[in-house]
Design a protein around this ligand. Structure first.
Ligand code: FAD
Length: 332
């Protein structure tokens, strides 16, 4: 493989309900920085049916080029069809790097593409950089139970690929005057060539909690003692207009659903305010919330590790302090 033939940074542009999903816009921001450091263009790869107009959004958020595969065969996401489009595009235009959001779709597609192209993939990346000496992508992610950050390089294959967690990169401010080049592509793929059929899309009826989009999170841990004790977290969250988060131990105790879990095996969050109550501050929890704007911890053990990672700490019993906060903030 002649590695020098591979140039440019790409972002897989995932979309839903007629919009590019936030993580793809964040990746255009991160990709722009990588592309500028390398002195190469930034491209988006856009696959779907009737999605042409989304290319303009990609330009507004930093892309120089968009490769468009717009065909009824791409109406619903299917691994087989999307991976064939990405692989065809890679073989034709040879990018050095491709970034995908670490969403269900991004993870599925990236691993299928990596397998077929026999190239490397760093999953669940939380930091991206370029090694100035070699020009290699440095994709870093928590490893060994979150105790270290591992930086992974793909030295011998191209493209270098990574899935990146939502909310860890920053989108550029929108610039509606930015324009780019739209390159239309196609592959000879017919519906009957695809083994998977989408029979029905069932939308989740329950209101889904979007922890990763919350501005205020009140999170509770094992220190709340019981499901009843955990109700304090719900009450404070309601009083200050926050969303409820939890440590893994609180989830495993059955006090709250896994969708609320913050951390390495839960959601990564960056709210403006994160209140951690009865949470010790294990590294696996911290990696999911340490980039929050303001962190306030309440813990009865003054030596709890969470106090090393918060902006303000209250050493005391949650059952005394939290009711006072609820009283102070509750709108009557
Ligand atoms: P504890 O560690 O038991 O802490 C409870 C805290 O409450 C203590 O600090 C105590 O002083 C305090 N407390 C007790 N009573 C009170 C009171 N009345 N008032 C105030 N404070 C009180 N954890 C996550 O959270 N998210 C993850 O995604 C995650 N992923 C993991 C992945 C792996 C591979 C592994 C090995 C572990 C993972 N963990 C995760 C678990 C993690 O290591 C910790 O075990 C967990 O975060 C601890 O939860 P906790 O802080 O609620 O409980």
């Amino acid at each position: 493989m002649n590695l020098d033939e591979y140039k440019g940074v790409w972002v897989f542009l995932e979309h839903q309900d007629g919009k590019i999903v936030p993580v793809s816009l964040e990746l255009l921001g991160a990709g722009r920085k990588l592309a500028d450091k390398r002195g190469v263009p930034l491209a988006g790869i856009l696959i779907g049916e009737g999605v042409r107009q989304l290319a303009a959004t990609a330009f507004h958020y930093g892309a120089d080029t968009v490769y468009l595969y717009d065909d009824p065969v791409f109406r619903d996401y299917r691994t087989e069809s999307y991976m064939r489009a990405v692989i065809a595009c890679v073989e034709k235009h040879k990018p050095e790097t491709i970034l995908y959001g670490a969403t269900s779709t991004g993870k599925d597609l990236a691993s299928a593409v990596a397998t077929d192209l026999e190239t490397g993939l760093t999953a669940d990346t939380t930091m991206l950089d370029v090694d100035e000496a070699t020009g290699l992508l440095e994709a870093s992610r928590p490893a060994f139970g979150g105790n270290i950050m591992a930086t992974i390089l793909c030295k011998k294959h191209r493209p270098q690929m990574a899935t990146v967690r939502p909310k860890v990169m920053k989108a550029l401010p929108i610039d509606t005057s930015r324009k780019g080049e739209l390159i239309e592509e196609s592959i000879p793929l017919r519906e009957e060539d695809i083994r998977t059929k989408v029979l029905k899309i069932v939308r989740e009826t329950q209101t889904k909690i979007r922890l990763d989009e919350a501005d205020i999170i009140v999170a509770g841990g094992k220190g709340l003692g019981s499901k009843e004790g955990f109700q304090l977290i719900h009450r404070l969250a309601e009083a200050i207009g926050g969303t409820v988060g939890a440590s893994r131990d609180a989830v495993e105790a059955g006090w709250i659903d896994h969708a609320h879990q913050v951390g390495q095996t839960g959601v990564t969050v960056t709210p403006k305010l994160y209140v951690a109550i009865g949470i010790s501050g294990a590294i696996q929890h911290l990696v999911g919330m340490q980039n929050s704007g303001l962190i306030i911890a309440i813990n009865k053990d003054p030596q709890a590790p969470i106090f090393q990672s918060c902006h303000y700490g209250i050493a005391g019993d949650a059952f005394e302090i939290v009711p006072m906060l609820i009283d102070a903030f509750q709108v009557t």
